[in-house]
Design a protein around this ligand. Structure first.
Ligand code: ZN
Length: 449
């Protein structure tokens, strides 16, 4: 099996049109499913993802205590509508699942317009968009619709129907673990609880799936763990069941909102100075993409739980335009116009670059540390000794000198890349050449923390 060396990395990145098509197709397949924090929508989603990776499916019963929380009853829905007095459907769940407030309890009755208005939610500032709302821990019912349709409603009787169920069942999540050479883990998570929304959560799901499938085809130094969990309650559940595994997790990323055209936004780990924070900073700085890096804040997605006081895990979050929230966020406008294929493959490449550096960020030892080795006799140095010879940062000679000088058993490859400004891929290729010439070897002092 292959290791994620730089040649492999360059190959997969060059095949990006294939990957972006696959990601986009998968997203199209998952889009219509009505997901929630529990229920058959999640199960169906995970069963589709199992075509790509051998996900293990976990079911945690309703009523289970997970730290300060309790797994809620399971919610499922078949159909829902609002009919006007003529019997015409003016809101139809089958046309768009955002029309029903997620976790609505069942209802079937005829009500006045005045009564209906108490249960209808719109966004007056975005009159063409349907909002996405949830009522997980408050047993009520509601509909969401465009403000333009809402203002057209006239007096009269309306039939409201929500064919849902809220019963004891379980919370479902998916997990995939790839054993590496070491037990140290890299955690990659996404959430699987949003219904028909493309960027806010489908993009994360397809990204993590494709990364997992690719990493599963390689031999990795790190072990990798992938979680497909409902947001908040899912990460709390996983942490409460797997507390013992937490110390093994050396780096983690929460992936969501990676399909829009906005700049990459990296939210640092709570510690703010981990190896992961440095690697992401390096990758974004050396990409030609727009980006911003922000400090950890205790709101957002599942990083809130991973970085809660007691755990303080080295988990960050890499998204596109999330802060400030784009207007499409949590509305029907978060669709296939908002998410673009090329953004998905760009995000895939950035994530993979980060993982490749984490995999390759080792410490080396110069085997000839007393003065420089004579590179020219090994064919590694230009024999032109002219002073007019222009030194370029990317010349192999210069790269060799940087590597040899800093390979004192204390500097990682990332340290060398940061100090020298040399591209990481070029650096790693040069390391391989020096190793072949017995001038360098991996230091025993591997720095994994
Ligand atoms: Zn969301």
């Amino acid at each position: 099996m292959l290791n994620m060396n730089v040649v492999e990395f360059e190959k997969i990145i060059s095949e990006k049109s294939e990957i972006e098509n696959e990601m986009y197709q998968l997203m199209k397949e998952l889009y219509p499913i009505c997901r929630s924090i529990t229920g058959n929508g999640v199960r169906k989603t995970l069963s589709i993802l199992r075509r790509y990776i051998p996900l293990q499916i976990h079911e945690v019963p309703s009523g289970t205590t997970v730290f300060d929380w309790t797994i809620p009853k399971e919610w499922n829905i078949n159909d829902a509508f609002i009919k006007d007095s003529t019997g015409k459907k003016i809101v139809d769940f089958k046309k768009c699942n955002l029309h029903v407030m997620n976790y609505s309890v069942p209802v079937h009755k005829k009500i006045s317009l005045e009564e209906l208005k108490k249960h209808v939610y719109t966004i007056p500032e975005q009159p063409n968009d349907i909002p996405y709302l949830t009522t997980y821990y408050d047993e009520k019912w509601g509909f969401c619709m465009t403000h333009n349709d809402f203002v057209k409603l006239s007096d009269g009787q309306y039939e409201v129907f929500i064919d849902s169920s809220l019963k004891n069942g379980s919370l479902t999540y998916g997990e995939f673990y790839i054993k590496g050479e070491r037990s140290d883990e890299i955690l990659l998570t996404c959430y699987v609880c949003h219904p028909s929304l493309c960027n806010d959560n489908l993009s994360g799901m397809v990204l993590i799936t494709m990364l997992a499938r690719y990493l599963n085809s390689l031999t990795n130094r790190y072990s990798f763990r992938f979680l497909f969990i409902p947001e908040t309650i899912g990460s709390i559940t996983w942490l409460s069941i797997n507390e013992k595994k937490i110390p093994e997790i050396k780096h983690g990323l929460v992936a969501t909102c990676v399909g829009d055209s906005g700049p990459f936004t990296y939210k640092k780990t709570r510690m703010g100075n981990t190896e992961l924070d440095r690697v992401v900073n390096f990758v974004l700085k050396n990409s030609d993409k727009k980006f911003k890096i922000i400090d950890f804040v205790p709101y957002g997605s599942d990083e809130r739980q991973f970085c809660s006081t007691a755990f303080n895990m080295p988990v960050g979050s890499l998204v596109r335009s999330l802060y400030p929230l784009p207007k499409e966020y949590h509305t029907s406008a978060d669709n296939f116009e908002f998410v673009k294929k090329e953004n998905l493959s760009e995000s895939f490449a950035i994530y993979l670059y980060i993982l490749m550096i984490l995999e390759q960020n080792q410490i080396y030892k110069n085997m000839n540390p007393k003065c420089e080795p004579q590179l020219s006799k090994r064919g590694l140095y230009s024999k032109l000794g002219s002073t007019k010879y222009k030194l370029k940062k990317d010349m192999h000679e210069i790269v060799f000198l940087w590597i040899l000088n800093l390979s004192d058993g204390r500097h990682t490859l990332l340290d060398i890349a940061e100090k020298s400004g040399i591209d990481f891929i070029l650096l790693k290729k040069s390391v391989d050449i020096l190793q072949k010439n017995n001038l360098l070897k991996i230091s025993e002092l591997k720095n994994y923390s």
